[in-house]
Ligand binder design. Structure first.
Ligand code: ADP
Ligand code: MG
Length: 726
């Protein structure tokens, strides 16, 4: 049998169907997949000792002969104990295993073995408790070295994985390296075969660190190639030129109830200038929550629409789409625009010049109004109006980029992404937009994305180097500062009393519960349900308390009579609830100006930027607002981090701090970034991303289509598939 990295594991005789199944569960099908199943940590058993040198508490490895072996059942007959005496030239030590009776099948008297583990002590002396062991004649795999520990699943132990991986590595199979050799050489990174050896069976910490760095680089390099390719294909496109009409813009800006901040002026101007070009704009508007990004989007829209083109706005959730719809309808009420809302469950057409004025169809708390609901017929009507050009502005979710949607003359797409996407997903989205049927021959729309999380400039350059950047680093003037406090367990009661007072004054309160990283959604729901119960039964039995968590249906009522997220949010918005308990997974992105207090439970578990995001949900009305960061952590670092939030209200400063304290991996969070774990975990500094970007740039200059690097092209393809499957 000819074995290659692509050989399927189930065809290997040594691997029984039972194991093949377990491997499949972890998406490991081929030998290559197995090679890329990386350890998540290493046990350091590299310290070799003679028995006389051992001391209690030490982690060490010894080699010796098994001289006495016995199996014992404990008095309750519940526990099976295997005991062995191991001897070397310097002495003897006892080894004990619990509930592993099969050990005595292979570990028999006279065998020469190697043992690794922690040394314990009792009245009769030193002993090994549950040590790992293997025959001395074997190449050190499970003992006597840095031992890899893998993500496991039922029936699949690290010990088994080590054996398999080591056996396959020994075959010295031909594994082609997608990264060009000269780049690796230049960066002093190992080629793929060496790196695989080092990541599974390193001889030193340095060896696995450099191997990890190599694979992190590989991922980043692919991300960067992808993003540069999208950029250059974007730059080859043409777009319509939308002339800057100063009079129009001035009139619009003068009609606003406030003065633009300088940052807003500057960003708007940059965008209006971009729109004049025959190359499509590709710009990221980066500003803190509440920095006023919407108005900038509105300025761009008024210009595009008045020049006779269509504009599309995409929001990440239906709730936010509706909020934008309200907002745009109101702001354009004196303009002769037709605006439509189109999401999966909401369809609505609104003509600014109809007999109805905005206020009368859009009631005050209409953010989740059932009157916006529409059926398929209405969807078809809206699609027709889009195609004929009757609709000037359409607002929706990602459902706006569906195949059957045709525009007449779409010239501008704005994506309010609220920090949802990473570079790779964004590149994918952009490709989709490039293919959108905008109705205009041979052009693509101008593209503006807005992100609600301030991204430090250094990081933005590395991650979003393919975009032009506008930054809103200045908050509208009359914003009240949110009073933020760190609250320990002892002051909890006091804060509850304070909240009661606020509610008496007519205010409302959010309680945000932590999202435990990699915890199952069910645990989270449980925590939310029990917190809700505690608050409504013990602490505030007299108040009305709502609950939203990830498992509630998005909208409508559930069969069991339970409420949907939407209903609960609506009740909160309408002041039918005093307190809203929400898990961190729930989008609380809607404006509730009357909410003036926020409690964040276990605040130390969140990233600073995320905390800052939550906090941005309050302080939107005229009332003084308060954010209480509850924590029971004594850790100095946790306190220091939270302090940064107490002291700062500037999102950019907070983001810089977060970056400094936790690194970019944590900053973006693996889930949002779309960047694989290994890369994320190893991005302790942004240098690597910058290097990856520079290398990708130089590389693409010499081979823009990857014609000479088919392996890389292949890897990119696979990477691509992975990204949009997510
Ligand atoms: P975000 O950047 O989070 O999307 P919004 O665009 O929703 O922020 O703006 C937040 C609030 O600030 C809105 O109510 C908006 O009307 C208001 N606002 C925007 N710009 C200004 C300004 N220059 N002066 C005063 N208020 C402003
Ligand atoms: Mg916004």
């Amino acid at each position: 049998m000819m074995i290659t990295p692509e050989t399927q594991l189930q065809t290997i005789p040594r691997i029984s169907p039972k194991y093949a199944k377990a491997l499949e569960k972890m998406s490991i099908f081929s030998i290559r997949d197995l090679f890329f199943h990386f350890p998540f940590r290493y046990d350091d058993f590299s310290e070799m000792r003679s028995i006389a040198e051992l001391w209690s508490g030490q982690i060490a490895t010894i080699q010796g002969t098994a001289i006495k072996i016995k199996n014992v059942r404990t008095w309750k007959k519940k526990m099976h104990i295997t005991e062995a005496q191991i001897q070397d030239e310097t002495g003897t030590i006892k080894a004990i295993w619990f509930n592993q009776p099969y050990i005595s099948d292979t570990l028999t008297e006279g065998k020469k073995v190697r043992l690794s583990g922690k040394i314990s002590a009792d009245s009769s002396g030193l002993y090994f408790s549950n040590p790992v062991w293997e025959m001395e004649s074997r190449i050190p795999t499970n003992t006597g070295r840095l031992v890899p520990v893998y993500p496991e699943t039922q029936g699949l132990t690290s010990r088994w994985l080590r054996w398999q991986i080591q056996t396959f590595l020994k075959l010295n199979l031909e594994i082609k390296d997608p990264i060009p050799q000269d780049i690796l050489k230049k960066l002093n990174l190992p080629e793929i075969k060496k790196a695989l050896k080092c990541i599974h069976f390193p001889n030193s910490k340095d060896e696995y660190l450099v191997a990890q760095k190599r694979f992190a680089f590989e991922e980043m390099f692919l991300v960067q190639i992808k993003s540069i390719q999208v950029r250059s294909s974007w730059q080859k496109e043409k777009s319509v030129q939308i002339k800057f009409n100063e009079k129009l813009i001035k009139k619009f800006v003068d009609s606003l109830p406030f003065k633009l901040t300088n940052a807003q002026k500057k960003a708007s101007f940059q965008i209006l200038k971009d729109l004049e070009k025959s190359r499509p704009m590709n710009r990221l508007l980066n500003g803190d929550v509440g920095s006023g990004k919407t108005i900038v989007a509105e300025i761009a829209s008024v210009q595009a629409i008045s020049s006779g083109y269509q504009v599309a706005i995409m929001a990440p959730t239906e709730v936010l789409a509706i909020q934008h719809f309200n907002n745009f309808c109101k702001i354009f009420k004196d303009y002769d625009f037709n605006i439509a809302l189109l999401t999966n469950s909401y369809k609505m057409f609104y003509s600014c010049h109809s007999a109805l004025d905005a206020e009368s169809i859009l009631s005050k708390n209409d953010s989740v109004d059932s009157r916006f609901r529409g059926n398929d017929k209405e969807r078809i009507k809206i699609l027709e109006k889009l195609k004929s050009g009757k609709i000037n502005l359409i607002i929706g979710t990602h459902s706006l980029i569906q195949k059957d949607i045709r525009f007449k003359d779409l010239a501008l797409i704005i994506v309010d992404e609220q920090h949802r996407f990473g570079v790779a997903q964004r590149a994918y989205l952009q490709q989709q937009i490039e293919n959108i049927n905008d109705g205009l021959k041979n052009t693509v729309p101008h593209f503006l994305t807005m992100t609600a999380t301030p991204i430090p400039r250094t990081l933005a350059l590395a991650f979003f180097g393919n975009l032009d950047l506008s930054i809103l680093d200045e908050m509208p003037k009359d914003r009240k500062k949110i009073i933020t406090e760190i609250v320990g367990p002892l002051e909890r009661k006091m804060k509850y009393d304070f909240i009661r007072e606020e509610i008496k004054k007519g205010r409302q309160c959010f309680v945000i519960l932590p999202l435990v990283e990699d915890s199952k959604i069910l645990t989270e729901v449980k925590a939310a349900v029990s917190e809700h119960k505690k608050l409504s039964e013990e602490i505030f039995p007299d108040l009305k308390i709502g609950l939203v968590h990830g498992k509630l249906p998005a909208k409508g009522g559930s069969a069991s009579g339970g409420k949907s997220k939407e209903t609960v949010m609506k009740e909160f918005a309408e002041k039918k609830l005093d307190i809203l308990v929400a898990t961190a997974v729930v989008e609380v992105g809607i404006d509730i100006p009357n909410a003036s207090v926020m409690i964040i439970e276990d605040a130390d578990r969140f990233g600073l930027s995320q905390l800052h995001q939550f906090r941005g949900r309050i302080g939107r009305g005229e009332h003084q607002s308060y954010c209480f960061l509850f924590t029971s952590s004594d850790s100095g670092l946790a306190k220091k981090r939270l302090q940064a939030l107490v002291k700062n209200s500037d999102g950019f400063a907070i983001a810089e701090k977060d970056l400094e304290l936790r690194g970019p991996g944590q900053f973006f969070g693996t889930r949002q970034s779309g960047i694989p774990d290994i890369a994320m975990e190893n991005l302790t500094n942004i240098k690597l991303i910058q290097i990856a970007r520079e290398e990708a740039q130089t590389f693409l200059q010499s081979d823009p289509e990857l014609k000479k690097h088919l392996l890389l092209k292949d890897a990119l393809q696979k990477f691509d598939e992975k990204v949009h499957l997510e």
